[in-house]
Design a protein around this ligand. Structure first.
Ligand code: 5RP
Length: 233
């Protein structure tokens, strides 16, 4: 039985999803690089192709970590000044609903991940089968907040039914995002109507971004024991 608790045992499955996503990349493409362990596998495969001279691409990364990794392979990076639209972005997810609504941000990179995904013609998710859910919300929804506003958004989040918890690092210090913000992990609420929740979060002053990616994914490559399943809407 695959559950979120044992999902880290599925590195092999993640690799299969990453390998399938590599087949979508063509020379000349502008590519968005996601974040997290599955996206990292994909970046490594992509980077090897670039290093061997078999693929010529330009990239924009959704995190400092992913950009750093890409540079070790010689992947050339550009900014949105130079490249407004990406042909393809490949990223992981924490939960995937049947309509490809997602929770993302378990790794804390949700803000740049959403920016990169929104600039992409094709947004592809790579994941192992444990990420599939019938309803979003078992995984705590990450909400990125401007530091000074954290005390102000706690009550509105509770009024929505969430239990917000400030994300901390292993040493107990506050987790700070690449953009200098804090993350509230919002648990305790299965999302009957993710669009309504997203609209409420979008309207909260001090909330920079949240981990609901709705209507954004075009394809999910979900790897299980035997095969990689392609899911579209
Ligand atoms: C980071 C993310 C990741 O894509 C998500 O957490 C999935 O990570 P992994 O592939 O390691 O399970 O949203 O902010």
């Amino acid at each position: 039985m695959v559950t979120p608790e044992n999902r880290d045992e599925h590195a092999g499955w993640k690799l299969h999803a990453a390998e399938r996503a590599l087949q979508l990349v063509e020379s000349g493409m502008a590519v968005g690089l996601g974040s997290g362990s599955t996206a990292t596998l994909w970046i490594k495969l992509l980077g090897e192709r670039v290093r061997e001279g078999r693929l010529k691409i330009r990239a924009i990364a959704s995190s400092a970590d992913s950009e750093r990794l890409g540079r070790t392979y010689g992947i050339p990076f550009v900014s949105f000044e130079e490249c407004r639209t990406l042909d393809l972005t490949v990223d992981g997810a924490d939960e995937i609903a049947p309509d490809l609504a997602l929770i993302k941000g378990g790794g804390g990179k949700l803000l740049r991940e959403k920016i990169v995904a929104s600039a992409s013609k094709r947004f592809v998710i790579v994941a192992d089968a444990s990420k599939q859910v019938e309803k979003l919300g078992r995984f705590p929804l990450p909400v990125e907040v401007i530091p000074m506003a954290v005390p102000l958004v706690m009550d509105p989040l509770r009024e929505l039914g969430f239990t917000p918890t400030l994300r901390v690092n292993r040493d107990g210090s506050r987790y700070v995002t690449d953009e200098g913000n804090l993350i509230l992990d919002c648990s305790g609420l299965f999302l009957e109507n993710p669009d309504a929740i997203a609209a409420k979060l979008d309207s909260m002053v001090g909330v920079v971004e949240h981990g609901l990616f709705l209507g954004m994914a075009d394809l999910a490559l979900i790897a299980g024991e035997e095969q990689v399943i392609e899911r579209t809407i």
